[in-house]
Design a protein around this ligand. Structure first.
Ligand code: FES
Ligand code: FES
Length: 158
């Protein structure tokens, strides 16, 4: 059994001094050690996208990332998306306005993915949005509304 060692993570602009075994994923570090449960575990094998977060501004699957790999890098989770005064990010707003979720379990990952998708310039058309959001599964079938939300947020961003 590996021994826990100090791991310092930068999450949503805050430093978290944790003690983790090297095998602990970023997903479990966020949920079980940092107390940030917004990032969800739908499969733990890289197949559903529910665990999508940003590392240095790029979307990654937290279940396939070890916490020790992101030491010294900037991690952003769904909890870090709204402004300090509580104003929602435009993608969060668009998801509410377009009814782009039902149970909400895939939603944090969808939103983190959508923010990156727009930033990457992959929200130019509905087809492009569908393709570049295809790594995020939604069992509630909210896909048409998710596409509408990403389109709305992308238009606002333009
Ligand atoms: S929990 Fe990471 S992709 Fe499903
Ligand atoms: S809103 Fe339920 S899985 Fe997507």
């Amino acid at each position: 059994m590996a021994h826990p060692r100090p791991v310092e993570l930068q999450i949503n602009g805050e430093a978290f001094a944790l003690r983790l075994e090297p095998r602990v994923t970023l997903l479990d570090a966020l949920r079980e050690h940092a107390g940030l449960t917004g990032t969800k575990k739908g499969c733990d094998q890289g197949q559903c996208g529910a665990c999508t977060v940003h590392v240095d501004g790029e979307r990654v699957l937290a279940c396939l990332t070890l916490a020790v790999q992101v030491e010294g890098r900037e991690v952003t989770t769904i909890e870090g998306l709204a402004a300090a005064d509580g104003t929602l990010d435009r993608v969060q707003r668009a998801f509410i306005e377009e009814d782009a979720f039902q149970c909400g379990y895939c939603t944090p990952g969808q939103i983190m993915s959508a923010v990156a998708c727009i930033r990457e310039g992959h929200a130019g058309s509905d087809d492009e949005i569908r393709e570049f959001m295809a790594g995020n599964l939604c069992r509630c079938g909210a896909y048409p509304n998710i596409v509408a939300a990403v389109r709305r947020a992308a238009e606002e961003a333009a």
